[in-house]
Design a protein around this ligand. Structure first.
Ligand code: F6P
Length: 323
């Protein structure tokens, strides 16, 4: 065994702004506490392949303000296979890496939990623009994505306003409506469609548009989370049923990129440092979470069973204030 405790850090799943800031905090806090930090490239894929490099404080210089993740990330179907997990654990032992900090979403947490059963424990950090991890009120990248989407809504609305059209903007969130509902409110949407709330196009889209038009409104903005269906076909239905020309804008990966906001940089730095502090305290298989603006930690398995229900009352608020 080497003298200093060695830890690994990797990013997994969809990239999120602030992941670099979190890696930087892990590396530098690790150095502060006299740990050796190893960067694992391409998430679990790189772990299986042994793509590992020692990181010193200067190696993470100049990345705080960068979007994406300099360690790269991946979704790794190969990691579902127990033989590959076993191989990855052997690689960790070969490098004397005793514990890994995993930055990602709940899919990455599940991989981490299964992997820990092969003898390499983990500490998980919430990193996803979707803000859809049950055990935490905040995930790294969410604030940046919210601001990017809000800015895009503002721009698209200029055209909708000038041409007196309806714009349908599709935002990310395959299973969660956090971006849709928050940006729907921030961007003044007339209608917001999210996976958590069932809807009917005639009742929940066409009717409110017609009512608003009768009250004198001339342009409309509909926000759709990607998990609820196709923005283009919704546009076609709106045009056909209301006579208002409608256009779809699918924001896609624009939402995952860009320089992290101050909030994301701060949260990522706090969470990254907290992960290392937990390691220093000898804790294993924990998840760093934000609850009531305080950093706490939960057992990984327990965390995966927790639900952070989206407050659907926000839909009511959105309706009231968009009238
Ligand atoms: O990062 C989260 C997310 O953007 C989800 O909203 C979306 O469903 C998913 O990732 C798509 O990711 P990918 O294109 O990498 O499969």
């Amino acid at each position: 065994m080497t003298e200093k405790k060695r830890i690994g850090v990797l990013t997994s799943g969809g990239d999120a702004p602030g992941m670099n800031a979190a890696i930087r905090a892990v590396v530098r806090t690790g150095y502060y506490y006299d740990l050796e930090v190893y960067g694992i490239y391409r998430g679990y894929e790189g772990l299986i392949n042994g793509e590992i490099e020692k990181l010193l404080p200067r190696d993470v210089s100049g990345i705080l303000q960068d979007g994406g993740t300099f360690l790269k990330t991946a979704r790794s179907p190969r990691f579902h296979d127990d033989l590959n997990k076993k191989k990855a654990a052997e690689i960790c032992r070969a490098y004397d890496i005793e514990i890994i900090v995993v930055i990602g979403g709940d899919g990455s947490y599940r991989g981490a939990l299964d992997f820990s059963k092969h003898g390499v424990p983990v500490i998980a950090l919430p990193g996803t623009i979707d803000n859809d991890i049950g055990c935490t009120e905040y995930t790294i990248g969410f604030d940046t994505a919210l601001n990017t989407v809000m800015d895009s809504i503002d721009k698209v609305r200029d055209t909708a306003y000038s041409h007196e059209r309806c714009t349908v903007i599709e935002v990310m969130g395959r299973r969660a409506g956090y971006i849709a509902i928050n940006d729907g409110i921030a961007g003044g949407a007339d209608v917001i469609l999210i996976p958590e709330a069932p809807f009917n196009v005639d009742r929940d889209v066409i009717k409110p548009i017609l009512e608003c038009r009768n009250r004198g409104k001339r342009d409309f903005c509909i926000i759709v989370a990607e998990g609820v269906g196709n923005a283009t076909s919704l546009c076609d239905q709106i045009t056909e049923k209301t006579g208002i020309i409608s256009r779809a804008t699918i924001l896609g990966y624009v939402q995952r990129g860009g320089s992290p906001t101050a909030y994301d940089r701060i949260m990522a730095s706090r969470m990254g440092a907290k992960a290392v502090e937990l390691i220093k305290e000898g804790k294993i298989n924990r998840v760093v979470s934000l609850i009531g603006n305080k950093l706490v930690d939960f057992d990984l398995e327990e965390a995966l069973s927790m639900k952070n229900e989206l407050d659907v009352n926000m839909l009511k608020l959105a309706k009231i204030i968009s009238i």
